[in-house]
Write a new protein. Structure first.
Length: 362
């Protein structure tokens, strides 16, 4: 069966983790770093968040053949061990008092057992199960490359296998080869700055552009990941499922949009001659430069709605029936009301520049 059909028909194990805001911020940042890594490698990919696991990776969106599952966990101090990853009580399990005659409480599945459950549900397609975290594992070689659990000392891996068998009788010794450990290079205290810097470097490498507005592009990509964490997607079809994935095509489209915004710009010299008052031409010209710079550096639904709304307003007022600035001033009060979508403290000359720019950028 097509791997996508398997992913669609199989119920998701749990969705409760969406309340852990701090972990989700880190999870989005790590997922984005993985996306950049895959993109630069030239590989096709599809990355989903909170779909069967914290991060799910397909080797293709059009014709996938394998899937990797990533469980992302963070802790402020200490190191991990194969024992802590496979502890059946869970890293933060609470003990509950049992009254005489009551059945024993059901044991909480370990991180490793939850990871193994993904393999059980998708045995024909699972390539590997990866535990991603911000701290090292003392049972494995130090470093930031993915490391197989099977490289641990014989006694450690045997104990790991034993614990998994206790939690799931279907577990076989050979299944331990599926498990990998990844210590991220992103520190818990500074991961936001790290991923922003990585994205800015990526944009410069891919486009050759070095403007400071690459920071805005970094925010855009991070928000793409965050939105997919929070997304309530209808997984009833391939088309709707694809909406929840970040793909190579999505990154290509965002890069093209970024480059186009820096090439396609209305020139002030095209507008200036229509403003005969030299003082007003000077003041609006200075505001024009500010708006052009702001426009290049702002992404997202708010700025997009603002620009569209301004164009709708301007179309009603700038008709060529009167002096250009008279018509601009007629549109000014309505554009001012849109300030919350852009900058409600903007000056009148700045908004006049907005009106003129958006009128000509149709």
């Amino acid at each position: 069966m097509d791997i996508r059909q398997d992913l669609l028909k199989e119920p998701q194990r749990e969705k409760g983790g969406k309340l852990a805001v701090e972990r989700f911020e880190y999870q989005a940042a790590w997922g984005l770093s993985r996306i950049l890594q895959l993109y630069k490698s030239g590989a096709d990919f599809g990355i989903a968040f909170e779909f069967h696991d914290d991060v799910l990776e397909l080797d293709s969106m059009s014709s996938p053949t394998k899937v990797a599952f990533f469980q992302v966990k963070t802790q402020k101090t200490g190191t991990w061990t194969l024992s802590s990853i496979s502890a059946s009580s869970g890293a933060k399990g609470k003990k509950t008092a049992v009254k005489p005659g009551d059945p024993p409480p059901e044991k909480k599945l370990s991180f490793a057992a939850k990871m193994y459950d993904n393999y059980k549900r998708f045995p024909d397609h699972t390539e590997r199960l990866v535990f991603v975290t911000n701290q090292m594992c003392s049972d494995l070689a130090a470093g930031h490359d993915e490391t197989k659990f099977d490289t641990a000392a014989a006694a450690k891996i045997e104990s790991f296998r034993k614990r998994l068998k206790e939690q799931d009788p279907d577990f076989l010794d050979e299944h331990s080869k599926l498990f990998h450990f990844c210590c991220s290079t992103m520190n818990l205290a500074s991961f936001s700055d790290t991923i922003m810097g990585a994205v800015q470097k990526f944009v410069i490498e891919q486009t050759g552009m070095t403007e400071t507005s690459t920071y805005a592009f970094a925010l855009l990509l991070l928000e793409e990941c965050r939105q997919r964490e929070r997304m309530d997607v209808d997984f009833s079809s391939f088309a709707t499922m694809a909406e929840s994935f970040v793909t190579r095509k999505l990154i290509d489209d965002r890069l093209e949009e970024f480059k186009r915004k820096r090439v396609e710009a209305v020139e002030w010299v095209e507008i200036a001659p229509y403003i005969t008052n030299i003082v007003r031409r000077r003041d609006i010209g200075a505001a024009w430069k500010l708006y052009v710079n702001d426009r290049r550096s702002r992404y997202g639904p708010g700025p997009q709605r603002f620009r569209k709304a301004v164009r709708d307003v301007v179309a009603k007022h700038i008709t060529g029936a009167q002096d250009l600035l008279t018509e601009v001033d007629a549109a000014l009060p309505e554009v001012r009301q849109l300030g919350d979508l852009w900058d409600k403290t903007a000056s009148d000359d700045y908004l006049r520049a907005v009106i003129l720019y958006e009128f000509h950028d149709v």
